[in-house]
Design a protein around this ligand. Structure first.
Ligand code: ATP
Ligand code: MG
Length: 428
């Protein structure tokens, strides 16, 4: 019996890895344009970190975390998201003392025990982005516009939904109105929602059941309950988005799956991936640093892009985004003597920056030409016994099929320089 990967855990094979690298390189480039720097944090954290930040009564903490007791008896979890670990590191290392506003990103695997399906895995990857130390609404818009730009430069079309979840001052009154509404509809909503009507009423609005969603169409909306400060913040966020020409739709029933959000929340939505409609999401979390034991008044905002979903979309919408990387040169040395001569030459060419392949065993010409084709080689340098005896090799242009002879006289460095010159003058 062969052993297979765990359900919901996926290998990323070489063909697909190209798309991943393209997405990561595009995103990193844009992040650097916006002044972000990378931070790398551990995959394992104390379970308490997630319970305290994401919230006890959320799907993630209630039923999706990979938690276990380690050999010391401590409760440990594999991170289900990136914000809590980054904030833990931010507080632990006193990063705010170095720079008043920190712009951080991290990229890596997250773990949630969900039902695996297209675009939903148990190990998935997020590009997670955080800004700490500023609560100005212009920052909310700047960050959303950056997310939008990443998708735009990848050639992906999505739509943007925004909302405001208010703050400590205005949310309690809204919660009360919602609880009132829910108590009159207990027999019409699912068991999860019935339970959450008490424990975490806002979260019912995030229920995936269409029956429940029908009921919530007439629920009170948070936007009608915002305090003047939150209403002003939301209105300035919208005006700033308009200044940056980012098209948005307001969805007053969008709550997020994590409890720590305050004020602005947003989701980037696609209709191309079935039920897995969000390719990215985030929002403001002004109380979270304090909640984790950091500075009292340290505002923050962030979002995460789901890389698996971006890869799926890129495959569907923009498959030509990253052409296969080709081999510059395939060196076909025939027989032992030629192979011994070619071996150090290939190393030298690689040191010079060329993408070079060779057959280490000096197989037949037929076999090596097949390998060169498979490697999509732009040129092939043929080093046969006869050519070697004459002190030359044959360079074949695989596009035009033209061949020319190339002298092998002199030091390997000189041969290498001649070869590179010949190839570069022929490049389109
Ligand atoms: P969803 O509503 O799809 O469950 P979520 O609200 O749980 O998403 P977040 O926790 O905000 O998602 O994570 C941000 C992004 O990470 C999502 O928009 C999605 O693209 C991606 N993501 C979340 N969970 C998964 C998963 N299990 N598999 C693949 N990608 C995921
Ligand atoms: Mg989820």
């Amino acid at each position: 019996m062969t052993i297979q990967a765990l359900k919901g855990f996926k290998d990323i094979l070489p063909d697909e890895a190209r798309l991943w690298q393209h997405i990561e390189a595009t995103a990193r480039d844009i992040l650097h344009r916006f002044g972000f720097t990378e931070i790398r944090v551990p995959i394992l954290e104390k379970t308490e970190l997630f319970a305290r930040s994401i919230g006890e009564a959320t799907d993630i903490v209630e039923k999706e975390m990979y938690s276990f007791t380690d050999r010391n008896g401590d409760s440990i979890s594999m991170r289900p998201e990136g914000t809590a670990p980054v904030l833990r590191a931010f507080i632990e290392h006193g990063l705010q003392t170095r720079l008043p506003v920190q712009r951080l990103y991290t990229l890596g695997p997250m773990f949630r025990h969900e039902r695996p399906q297209k675009g939903r895995l148990r190990q998935f990857h997020q590009l997670s982005i955080e800004v700490l130390g500023l609560d100005h609404p212009r920052l909310d818009a700047e960050l959303i516009a950056m997310a939008w730009l990443i998708l735009e430069e990848l050639g992906l079309s999505t739509s943007l939904q925004i909302n405001s979840l208010g703050c400590q001052a205005c949310r309690p009154a809204y919660k009360a109105a919602l609880v009132d509404f829910l108590s009159s509809r207990q027999d019409l909503i699912c068991e999860d929602c019935q339970r959450r009507s008490q424990s975490n009423p806002l979260r019912v609005l995030d229920c995936k059941s269409s029956h429940c969603q029908e009921q919530y169409e007439t629920a009170p909306a948070i936007l009608d309950h915002l305090c003047p400060d939150c209403a002003g913040h939301f209105s300035q966020t919208k005006t700033s988005l308009e200044l940056l020409a980012v098209p948005y739709a307001v969805n007053p029933f969008m709550v997020r799956g994590l409890d720590y959000y305050t004020r602005t929340t947003f989701e980037l939505i696609t209709d191309a991936l079935g039920a897995q409609s969000a390719v990215g999401a985030g929002g403001r979390y002004d109380g979270l640093v304090a909640q984790l034991g950091g500075a009292k008044n340290m505002p923050g905002i962030g979002f995460a892009l789901g890389l698996e979903r971006l890869v799926l979309l890129l495959g569907q919408q923009n498959a030509d985004a990253c052409p296969e990387t080709t081999t510059d040169l395939f060196v076909a040395a025939l027989g032992e003597e030629a192979t011994v001569k070619a071996f150090p030459l290939v190393h030298l060419l690689r040191r010079q920056g060329l993408r070079v392949a060779m057959d280490l065993e000096g197989k037949s010409l037929k076999s090596q030409m097949k390998q060169a084709d498979r490697a999509c080689a732009r040129f092939v340098l043929i080093l046969g016994a006869e050519e070697l005896a004459r002190g030359e090799a044959v360079l074949r242009d695989m596009t035009s099929k033209e061949q020319q002879t190339l002298p092998l006289a002199g030091e390997p460095e000189a041969v290498c320089a001649r070869l590179i010159e010949t190839i570069t003058t022929k490049e389109p």
